[in-house]
Design a protein around this ligand. Structure first.
Ligand code: KIV
Ligand code: ZN
Length: 560
């Protein structure tokens, strides 16, 4: 067997922190959210967004509640510059929203960045330089001191320009040691503190220190250790907002961000649906819905997930995967019968007890809370059980199937799904049609035209019915203990097959335009003791029961 090339890799360092506190901490409030969709996200698109698309995306981000939005790298790209100017010149930035712009530590880039944001109400100037050993040794070929010098010089240039600014813009400063998680932890603290020594934040005028996991190299707990290490070692903790910026190379960006928050961070940078370089940035939607699920107000509104998906897919050209957390089209479906049954029971119990707190097995949140309907929750496939079928019939059509019908219908549904080719599943309507076909509309060989009942005494009725026998009209008569008994006698006598009613139930059907009753009848063939079920629907309960008897009888005849 061929082997994976695992010998080419070694684990990245972990931290020896026996006094770590974060694993016992809980997330109790939402972080400050910053969308980097229009920068980290956009730069990773095969076809970057046009100006109009960016404007629409920006407005959408504002509408869901983002107060900090990184809109680009204006000095590096003309389109980012133009977009920035467009937002400012057309007064499109709400007063409570800060635009964020990325800059490297180079004078002409900082100057161009400052020019790009001139006149904006609230601006976050985001300075970054890469600090990891790999970057220092391989990309820049410089020492730690030179790396610090680069960051500090940039920090100084920025603060000088802000101090000289007279436009009234409210500036917030941000510094990112790019590749923080792959940087020696003590060096990361040193370089950030050196920048902070220049910016001199205070508890009232904080600076954002963004600690990127530019590439995921380690398990999520290691990043949390790094965040706790940083938070407990920096000299400026009271005067900074610690921000997370995680990417998803190992598929754990959500976990790293959640652990990072437990480790003391205050802010999260990420994107909708995790768009971004390579495997993307952390998905802010997942994080926000996860928070909702912890009973925490996420401060962002994704209660209309379908609209969020539509806008995202249309503007980015990306697709939301069917199993994407909280958003994919399959995330509120249950294919297995036992899951369906459990969901059914959970929902019923919640309804019966008017429970306020959501607790339904296999459905960690109410799909309605993200704008999803119950409709797609359950589909029936060949793996589904009785519970799932009963659930669909009740939820979609208001038909409460008695146990005998559930038993009888299950193999019918399974056979239909198996015959259903590659899709191998049935929609609720297909299930209803199948039920209708098998139990309601069974009109051969006998059909019912009309009937009348005459009450001979309190106990005894006589029924006269016009039926069809393979299309030929026949009048049958019978006497019995009430209408149904009399009809059964009439039918038994005419067909010379002795049968009786073994089970009877009926209920009003809740759904549908006309109010109707459905009757479920189980008859027993007295000769072989076999039972057969049939159903009838009518606006009159008596009619629905007589129809049900005829259907059950036809079903018996058809198998005899
Ligand atoms: O991933 C990263 O490190 C970045 C920085 C520029 C913040 O996007
Ligand atoms: Zn990034």
């Amino acid at each position: 067997m061929a082997q994976m090339n695992y010998q080419r890799y070694k684990p990245h360092p972990t931290l020896d922190m026996p006094d770590r506190k974060w694993p016992s901490n809980k997330i109790t409030k939402a972080p400050i959210w910053c969308s980097v969709d229009l920068r980290d996200g956009n730069q990773a698109l095969e076809v970057p967004m046009t100006l109009d698309e960016k404007v629409e995306f920006f407005e959408f981000l504002c509408s869901v509640g983002f107060k900090e939005i990184e809109i680009g790298f204006p000095a590096a790209s003309e389109t980012d510059y133009n977009f920035c100017r467009y937002l400012i010149d057309n007064d499109l930035i709400p007063d409570d929203v800060s635009i964020q712009v990325l800059t490297q530590s180079r004078e002409h880039i900082i100057d161009k960045t400052m020019e790009a944001v001139k006149g904006a109400p609230n601006v976050i100037i985001h300075l970054y330089n890469a600090t990891s050993t790999l970057h220092r040794d391989v990309v820049f070929c410089f020492s730690c001191d030179e790396c610090i010098k680069l960051a500090v010089e940039g920090a100084q240039m920025i603060i000088d320009r802000i101090n000289a600014d007279t436009s009234g813009t409210h500036f917030i400063l941000e510094y990112s040691p790019e590749a923080f998680s792959d940087t020696e932890p003590e060096f990361a603290v040193k370089i950030c503190d050196s920048v902070l020594d220049v910016w001199k934040p205070t508890p009232d005028k904080k600076v954002i220190i963004n600690l990127p996991e530019t590439v995921e190299y380690q398990t999520a707990n290691v990043y949390a250790d790094q965040i706790e290490y940083f938070c407990t070692r920096t000299r400026w903790r009271d005067s900074i907002i610690v921000s997370l910026h995680t990417h998803n190379d190992r598929g754990t960006a959500v976990a790293t961000s959640e652990f990072g928050l437990m480790a003391g961070a205050d802010r999260v940078e990420g994107t909708l649906f995790g768009n971004g370089e390579r495997t993307g940035n952390v998905d802010i939607i997942t994080l926000a819905v996860n928070m909702m699920m912890l009973g925490i107000d996420p401060g962002l509104d994704f209660s209309d997930m379908n609209r969020t998906i539509d806008i995202y897919e249309e503007l980015t050209g990306m697709k939301v995967e069917p199993r994407h957390p909280w958003a994919g089209k399959l995330v509120f479906t249950a294919f297995s019968g036992s899951h369906q049954d459990a969901i059914n029971k959970g929902r019923k119990k919640m309804e019966e007890n008017s429970e306020a707190i959501w607790a339904v097995p296999y459905l960690p949140i109410d799909p309605k809370d993200v704008g999803r309907e119950y409709e797609p929750i359950i589909r029936i496939n060949s793996q589904s059980g009785r519970g799932g079928i009963a659930y669909v019939m009740e939820t979609y059509f208001g038909i409460i199937l008695p146990k005998s019908f559930q038993r009888d219908f299950l193999p019918v549904v399974k056979a239909a799904t198996e015959a259903n080719g590659t899709e191998n599943e049935l929609t609720p309507q297909q299930i209803f049609d199948l039920f209708d076909d098998k139990y309601i509309n069974v009109l051969e060989p006998y059909g019912l035209k009309n009937f009348s009942e005459q009450q001979d005494s309190d106990q005894v009725s006589t029924v006269e019915a016009l039926i069809t026998d393979k299309g030929r009209e026949v009048v049958i008569r019978g006497q019995g203990n009430g209408l149904l008994d009399a009809f059964v006698h009439a039918f038994s006598e005419y067909t010379c097959i002795d049968f009786s009613i073994a089970n009877y139930s009926e209920h009003a059907m809740k759904s549908g335009s006309d109010s109707a009753a459905i009757t479920f009848i189980e008859i027993e063939n007295k000769a072989n003791k076999e039972t057969y079920v049939g159903a009838g629907v009518s606006s009159s309960v008596t009619k629905s029961s007589v129809r049900a008897v005829v259907c059950a009888f036809n079903r018996m005849i058809n198998v005899l």
